[in-house]
Design a binder for this molecule. Structure first.
Ligand code: GLN
Length: 185
């Protein structure tokens, strides 16, 4: 199994480390030719969604990535990655997102909450995070914090408003790997 990690900007190295700890090979996507490599899934990291979206367009990656996700490539977006998958950018996930939802004061915080399909007390580090106002159609909420949706799944697409790659708990990444395993079976 081999997972592509979008490495234009943001917290991509931490995602690669999580994958390596789970025994999965990764490679970085920095330009269009990287995308030609064989892959079983894609991670879109946190960072700055506007910057990432502009770079995706400038590099000619935006449409090819959108097409493959639509065709069923498993994808995991965290924080800015969640925003990128929403209708604000790639539009492959039916989520209505509120950007920088926690304001400047409460911009970054840590909590633990249950996550459907994963279990109890999942560590959740939020950094100027979005939340999901509403999931639409086939999209399902997997976790809420203070009444707001912070994780969701739609088919092979998984998003978290928090950064599981910044804590030691591998369960969210393992959950993504299970989505990939089901897809390649
Ligand atoms: N606030 C950022 C954005 O809007 C997301 C922050 C993050 O990814 N940690 O893109």
């Amino acid at each position: 199994m081999r997972v592509a990690v979008l490495a234009l900007q943001g917290a991509f190295a931490e995602h690669e480390q999580m994958m390596h700890r789970l025994g999965v090979d990764t490679f970085q996507v920095r330009q269009l030719k990287d995308w030609e490599e064989a892959k079983d899934g894609l991670i879109i990291p946190g960072g700055e969604s506007t910057t990432q979206s502009k770079l995706l367009r400038d590099l000619g990656l935006f449409e090819v990535i959108r097409k493959e996700i639509t065709a069923g490539l498993p994808v995991f977006g965290t924080c800015a990655g969640l925003i990128l998958l929403s209708s604000m950018h790639l539009g492959t996930m039916d989520i209505d997102v509120c950007r920088n939802a926690y304001g400047r004061q409460l911009g970054s915080f840590y909590t633990e909450a249950d996550m459907k399909g994963i279990g109890e007390k999942v560590p959740m580090t939020f950094i100027r995070a979005p939340y999901i106002n509403n999931v639409i159609g086939e999209c399902e909420s997997l976790a809420t914090v203070d009444g707001h949706i912070v994780a969701a799944r739609q088919g092979r697409q998984l998003v978290t408003a928090f950064h599981p790659e910044l804590n030691d708990d591998l369960r969210v990444h393992e959950y993504f790997l299970n989505i990939i395993k089901k897809a390649v079976d």
